[in-house]
Ligand binder design. Structure first.
Ligand SMILES: [Cu+2]
Length: 284
């Protein structure tokens, strides 16, 4: 059986390839080459999103297998050769009741956890810190009203200027810094067109709409770097306005905030976004 040996070879090759990338099946805070899965979770909300995702995957798989089995039965038992004189049955009440009720039960079983998750995502708990993220063509600005009301811009680092270990298209000059295990309330708006503030490992994605404040929240339970990207087509440099969040412990955050307050206050003399305006002159 040449076909079988070829299939086996393909499966072994695929397995070896996946094994060689090992932990790269999913990344924490950033995508990995050959990633097969959602990025690893760093917040309770993302934990719930991931488990809901896998619950749905099982439901979808079970329905697909069930339909496949029915199709095979029909192909084998009810083709013209095996079943030359077809039945003329048209209505059968019990089966009609079953195929109405069972899908309703399946949909209800999906709807309940789905709505529960939506409420968890949209119902912001009492925040420990509030940060405003403003999407601009083509970078993000972050302001910290609770920590001295400073604001700074966060621009992507060009590939040629990356240091080793810094991910391409995701690294920025000034990261958004947040404390670990704290409820971070993010106010999101756009300054020009609609952008979208998204960090996969936190399980957040919300549109940044000009003239409107949207809100989301996350509570990162591990320290480290977490990356996202603008997720609403917003113009020519849409793919070059990453979101980089550094999660640090409390004392590091306090130290950073104190230093950032001075640093960004001192830059008040510079016209806002002068660098960005020079770098991205012209319209979208
Ligand atoms: Cu954008």
């Amino acid at each position: 059986m040449k076909v079988y040996s070829r299939l086996t070879a393909i499966v072994i090759a695929a397995g070896a390839m996946l094994a060689s990338v090992g932990a790269a099946l999913a990344g924490l805070g950033q995508p990995e080459p050959w990633q097969m899965n959602l990025q690893d979770s760093a917040t309770p909300v993302m934990d719930q999103i991931a488990s809901f995702h896998f619950f749905l995957l099982w439901v979808i798989a079970a329905i697909s297998v069930f339909v496949l089995i029915l199709l095979l039965i029909i192909i084998v038992r009810f083709n013209a050769r095996a079943n030359p004189v077809p039945s003329r049955t048209t209505h059968y009440t019990p089966i009609e009741i079953i195929w109405t009720i069972v899908p309703v039960v399946i949909l209800a079983a999906i709807a309940v956890p789905s709505f529960r998750l939506l409420f968890v995502e949209l119902d912001v708990p009492k925040p420990d810190i509030t940060i405003k993220a403003t999407g601009k063509q083509w970078f993000w600005s972050y302001s910290y009203p609770d920590n001295g009301n400073f604001e700074f811009d966060s621009l992507m680092i060009d590939e040629k200027d990356l240091k080793s270990g810094q991910p391409r298209l995701l690294t920025v000059d000034n990261e958004m810094v947040v404390p670990v295990n704290k409820v971070v309330h993010v106010l999101v708006t756009g300054a020009d067109v609609i952008h979208s503030f998204t960090v996969p490992s936190f399980g957040i994605r919300i549109d940044a709409v000009p003239g409107r404040i949207n809100e989301t929240w996350f509570k990162a339970t591990v320290t480290g770097m977490f990356y996202g990207q603008c997720s609403e087509l917003c113009g020519k440099d849409h793919s070059f306005m990453p979101i980089a969040v550094r999660v640090v412990n409390d004392s590091d955050f306090t130290a950073w905030a104190a230093q950032a307050k001075q640093k960004y206050a001192a830059e008040d003399s510079v016209p806002p976004n002068a660098f960005a305006a020079a770098g991205t002159s012209g319209s979208q």
